[in-house]
Write a protein that binds this ligand. Structure first.
Ligand SMILES: NC(=O)c1ccc[n+]([C@@H]2O[C@H](COP(=O)([O-])OP(=O)(O)OC[C@H]3O[C@@H](n4cnc5c(N)ncnc54)[C@H](O)[C@@H]3O)[C@@H](O)[C@H]2O)c1
Length: 298
């Protein structure tokens, strides 16, 4: 693999995950092109990279990087609304919303735009790589590269091997992940892979326990921390992930497996339909905001 400074990588989508993935690439020396559908989203993403909760200014304040290094990292990121700018990338990581048809359309466009050697990767939470790769003619250079939130901090990269993914592609992704101080673990393709299948059943069960009135949101979060040592309870965690993403994942997991344990309970749908999407741009708030509003309206 070439030196990071000589390689350009692309990120499609600059939301919760995309901006963090772009920042991580740039911080480790890669020239990074970040694509989104509007200048407004890209501006918010660049602001987050510079001064968000997990942004570069925080690293400067902690003394992990200098102010000059911050500027160099930002200088390695180019923001664009033209997908064609990704044509020369060695790797493009897609982090667009969790919608199979939307991702399929993006991959089919990338497949015709990008050079023969470009590896296409999806950060999907659980849509099968076998399915997404079928939108391209490069199954051997198609792979799941599943990052965790926040990508700047979380160590794991779940690398998902599709039916045609070559060993060369797997080696490229695992090598690149290690260069970014991540721990890549390779799994085989299935709905939700390992991590999403595991966490989805846990989160949906917590929502159902709450829906049945067994315990409140705050209590379930606190018990999860105190009893099991989890760093965050299920409601705090799902606010961080994004409730629309959780709903998409649950619907997909249920459709694919027909296992009722994966299905989304009504409480989750109510929040998403009312615009409570968790801690993300454009959201009215998360679980705690929604239920404190319900209480004050009674
Ligand atoms: N949020 C998490 O904790 C988490 C963790 C791991 C994986 N994921 C996965 O990462 C992906 C992105 O999730 P997110 O939480 O960052 O979502 P998000 O909604 O925060 O960001 C999605 C971004 O994609 C952009 N977008 C919309 N349409 C697009 C298009 N046609 N082409 C390109 N970009 C488009 C949006 O403008 C937005 O900036 C999803 O597949 C999700 O399942 C999310």
């Amino acid at each position: 693999m070439e030196e990071p400074g000589k390689q350009t990588v692309g990120v499609v989508g600059s939301g919760v995950m995309g901006h963090g993935i772009a920042m991580t690439f740039a911080r480790h020396g890669f020239r990074t092109i970040m694509y989104d559908i509007s200048e407004e989203f890209l501006k918010k993403a660049m602001d987050n990279i510079s001064s968000g909760r997990f942004g570069l200014q925080k690293l400067v304040d902690k003394g992990s990087i200098t102010a000059q290094q911050k500027e160099e990292i930002i200088g390695r990121i180019m923001a664009t609304t033209s997908l064609k700018d990704l044509s020369g990338c060695a790797l493009v990581v897609e982090a667009a919303p969790e919608d199979r048809n939307l991702k399929g359309k993006i991959f089919s466009e990338l497949d015709s735009i990008c050079g023969r050697d470009t590896i296409l990767a999806s950060n999907t939470s659980g849509i099968m790589i076998s399915d997404l790769s079928s939108f391209t003619r490069r199954g051997d250079r198609f792979v799941g590269m599943h990052w965790f939130n926040p990508p700047q901090v979380m160590k794991l990269v779940e690398v998902v091997r599709g039916p045609e993914t070559s060993q060369k592609t797997i080696d490229f992704i695992t090598d690149l992940s290690r260069r970014m101080e991540k721990v890549p673990i390779v799994v085989n393709d299935a709905p939700g892979f390992f991590t999403t299948r595991f966490i989805n059943s846990w989160l949906m069960e917590a929502y159902r326990i709450f829906e049945q009135g067994v315990a409140g949101i705050r209590e379930i979060d606190e018990m999860s921390r105190l009893a099991f040592g989890f760093p965050m309870g299920p409601f705090e965690l799902s606010d961080l992930i994004g409730l629309d993403t959780m709903l998409h994942v649950a619907e997909y997991m249920f459709d694919e497996t027909k296992n009722p344990a994966y299905s989304a309970p009504t409480v989750l749908k109510k929040l998403v339909l009312s615009g409570y999407l968790g801690k993300k741009i454009g959201s009215k708030g998360g679980w705690y905001d929604y239920y404190s509003l319900q209480k004050s309206n009674r």
